[in-house]
Design a protein around this ligand. Sequence first.
Ligand code: 57M
Length: 359
Amino acid sequence: MFYHLLYPLHTQISFLNVFRYITFRTIYCSLTAFLICFLLGPWVIRKLTKMQVGQYIRQQGPESHFDKAGTPTMGGILIVFSVIITTLIWTDLSNYYIWIVLMVAVSYAVIGFIDDYLMQVKKQSKGLSVKSKFAMQTVIAVLAGFLCYISPEFDTHVTIPFFKNIKPDLGVFYIFFAALVIVGTSNAVNLTDGLDGLAIGPVLIASVTYMIFAYVGGHAKIAEYLQITYVKGGGEITVLCGALAGASLGFLWFNTYPAQIFMGDVGSLPLGAILGTVAVITKQEVLLVLVGGLFVIEALSVIFQVGFFKVTNGRRIFKMAPLHHHFELKGWPEPKVIVRFWIIAIALALISMSTLKIR
Ligand code: 57M
């Protein structure tokens, strides 16, 4: 919006020229998103508490979680609101890719909202069935993949980190590959969201990492210099990553241990889906396995635990899955698990960035 309203006035007021720059808009987009979450947070917490949207805690989980009962959830509404508003304010709205990400964000937030609403407000013990949730996620993700695919400039080659000469072209199958990335990331972030700040911290780290990839990949000269795929129009995604980073930081203020609010599925599902879509658009799809490595580890811990449990008739690899519960049950205090998982996420993000040079 600002880009369209203020930048054209730069011929009269030269200072307004700064609105042209992606870097300037990214910084102020991040700050605006942070402030929205930070300032509205206390009001949202009060409202949700008043509406009794309090978390139900499963009895079979770690005992340390029992006193979290009643913590207001569905705080993801605030995160998604902040990301959408600031994206509308600070990005170039003629950019096709921005609208794809917004479509995914809103749709996944609606799926998460329905699930949370059924469980937290209607107090049904189960929300949406796993099958219907998965079906809805898949339809939206395939649509996003299709919208990328029909964009005339979109490249259907897949970037393989560390190997600049291996770039398989998936052609029309790219649509399904993109859907896999989006649905997988959405569910992996959801699984990770089980300790205070455990999901939002790595979402923040991943959004900053993709902010850098979107910028360099969207800049013809830098992309050529680094020999990475140039994505025409992809630079604008940098500003959107700024919105995600700022909103995550603002939410972390309240979600940090001991949490005053949880994000709910209305937060975890769209956050993962946004990251997946950004990875697809920036042509750093496979790299997300590394950037979001913590989410992958958590998801794999569930897959292995459930698989082993079934095959061995009730034996377990971990004390409990996802992995964060294993460490809690080993006696690590919650903040220790959280901060150590963040440390792993930061290390993985740094390794991911090294792929700009090691290839
Ligand atoms: C959602 N949700 C949290 C909160 C958050 C297949 C199976 C492994 C699935 C998994 C599962 O359902 N995971 C997805 C995880 C829940 O948090 C709510 O859910 C939203 C995210 N969707 O925003 O609204 C609880 O997590 C804690 N929490 C915090 N701080 C936060 O900032 O402390 C969340 C956010 C909250 C709160 O306690 O109530 C969740 O864990 O339910 N299932 C599991 O994770 C279960 N694992 C399990 O059954 N493992 C089995 C194997 C065989 C699958 C095993 O290892 O034996 C555990 N979940 C819980 N207790 N709560 C079981 C024990």
